[in-house]
Design a protein around this ligand. Structure first.
Ligand SMILES: [Zn+2]
Length: 506
């Protein structure tokens, strides 16, 4: 996509956890931005905290592309780990039968939220060989050792820079103390498992370093380097992954290659729900599906989750979601107005309306500047809504011309290349969530208004509108009103404009 800003090319300055400052982000090979983002562990449905991270990474990749930077984005799917093994055992199926529905659900959810697919999706279980090779390399360097049960551990003492990403004070680090679970909460560093020896009933692979399965951390190192090279531009993930997961990725990779692993690290902050940490016991834990079934639209959820910049804590509230719903509405109405009105052509003598030209120029400039400044989505969004407000005023005052409308549509197009909420695609994800709920015995979770609303096809709506127009022509206003009410009951809103009738789904 070509750059639409005429002035200086905008280089994104993004906060780098490693250096603790805003650093310019550009492809080091001069071609494409090579980035890795930790993907999901597929043992359950994704919650909105997970999706906030994927959405903010989506904002990053979309803004890079909009600025003319091609992206090579790799994301892993962790399809073997402690939690998967535990859940699959409870369900009484092998992990290979347990994970596929959560992988499918994950991509369905990303699609609902309009998150672009990374260029490469890498599954852990398809890269066991690479992981084994990496463990062998570390063993050869004296940085990995095997314990009696056949597991392999990374020797933290082999990497003196350990802690450089999270800046944790690890002075209390115990030499040789080990941990074998994939995640550990404590602020203490331990030698961590690279490879776990096979246990009865657990998934395992027969390999050159013994029978077993990979640890979580080695998966990301091996797959990132497989597709992006030993050194690459950016590594992203949720803030909870910074320690120990990312710290361990750095330790393994840099010990094996003696090269910097990722130059730039991006961490997306956690969200709160109604002011509190999201947890199942607090009753404020929501998957994307939960929200869709409550009747919230995918576009509004997307907007609510990206409107607060990634380094700020987002307090997700239902009030905020309602606000996002009307914000999306306002944008779509404005877009429709620009598109569907026959704006007067500018006559030569009039020249440019300074006020209008300035509003358009400012919006465009502010939008790009905000995103280039550490992806400030709040300010980027505000710039566009300021344009909407002003443009509506100009239009009401008869100051808008066809060329202005065209320029504004171009600004909206740039905005939507990142935000992606303008086109109404909300019906499909909601319907899919309803179908899923019915299939999985969760009918009770479907909001009554979603079930109560009889579905009506676009063709049926158009036919009724045509009938209503005809009725009005015949001066049969009773029938015309009846049709309007009938459609309103089905959630279809009609708007009479001088260019004809427009309709939308509520
Ligand atoms: Zn990872």
């Amino acid at each position: 996509m070509s750059k639409t800003i005429d002035s200086e090319p905008m280089t994104l300055r993004l906060f780098n956890t490693l250096t603790g400052q805003l650093d310019p982000l550009a492809p080091s090979d001069g071609k494409s931005l090579r980035m890795y983002a930790c993907g999901p562990t597929v043992y359950d449905y994704g919650h909105i905290g997970n999706f906030r991270t994927f959405l903010q990474v989506d904002v990053l990749r979309r803004f890079l592309k909009l600025s003319g930077v091609p992206v090579l984005h790799v994301m892993n799917i962790t399809d073997v780990d402690d939690k998967i093994i535990r859940n699959a055992a409870q369900a009484g199926v092998p992990i290979g039968e347990y994970t596929p529905r959560f992988v499918d659900a994950f991509f369905e959810d990303l699609e609902a939220l309009r998150v672009e697919r990374p260029e490469k999706i890498a599954r852990a279980t398809e890269h066991i060989e690479r992981m084994v090779e990496l463990v062998q390399k570390l063993a050869a360097a004296g940085a990995a050792y095997q314990t009696e049960d056949g597991s392999w551990y990374f020797r933290l003492a082999a990497f003196p820079e350990y802690g450089k990403l999270s800046k944790k004070d690890l002075s209390g680090m115990e030499d040789g103390a080990r941990v074998d679970v994939d995640e550990y909460e404590k602020d203490s560093a331990r030698d961590f498992a690279l490879w776990k020896a096979a246990k009865p009933g657990e998934a395992s692979w027969e390999t050159a370093i013994g029978r077993g399965r990979p640890g979580w951390h080695i998966e990301c190192s091996a797959m990132a380097m497989e597709y992006l090279g030993e050194s690459f531009d950016l590594h992203a993930g949720g803030e909870d992954l910074m320690f120990p997961h990312h710290e361990n990725e750095i330790a393994q990779s840099e010990t094996a290659t003696h090269k910097p692993f990722a130059r730039h690290w991006m961490h997306v902050r956690f969200l709160l729900v109604e002011g509190r940490k999201m947890s199942k016991s607090e009753g404020n834990f929501f998957t994307l599906r939960d929200l869709l079934l409550k009747g919230h639209k995918a576009s509004a959820i997307r907007l609510a989750l990206i409107s607060v910049p990634y380094r700020h804590q987002l307090n997700f509230t239902f009030e905020g979601l309602t606000e996002a719903t009307s914000a999306v509405e306002r944008l779509r109405t404005f877009h429709d107005r620009l598109t569907n009105t026959r704006w007067p052509a500018k006559n030569e003598a009039q020249g440019n309306d300074e006020e209008v030209a300035k509003a358009i120029g400012t919006a465009k400039e502010d939008f790009y500047a905000a995103l280039a400044n550490d992806l400030n989505t709040a300010e980027a969004r505000a710039a566009i809504f300021e344009l909407v407000r002003k443009a509506n005023t100009f239009a009401d005052a008869g100051k808008l011309h066809e060329s202005d409308a065209r320029e504004m549509l171009a600004v909206l197009k740039d905005f939507d290349a990142v935000f992606d909420v303008l086109e109404d695609r909300d019906a499909a994800p909601t319907q899919r969530a309803i179908d899923w709920a019915v299939q999985s015995g969760r009918q009770a979770e479907i909001a009554p208004e979603l079930l109560a609303r009889p579905s009506v096809t676009d063709e049926a709506i158009e036919a009724l509108i045509a009938e209503r127009t005809e009725a009005k022509k015949q001066r049969n206003f009773a029938r015309a009103d009846q049709i309007r009410n009938e459609l309103a009951e089905k959630g279809i809103i009609l708007e009479d404009t001088r260019d004809g009738v427009r309709w939308k789904r509520k």
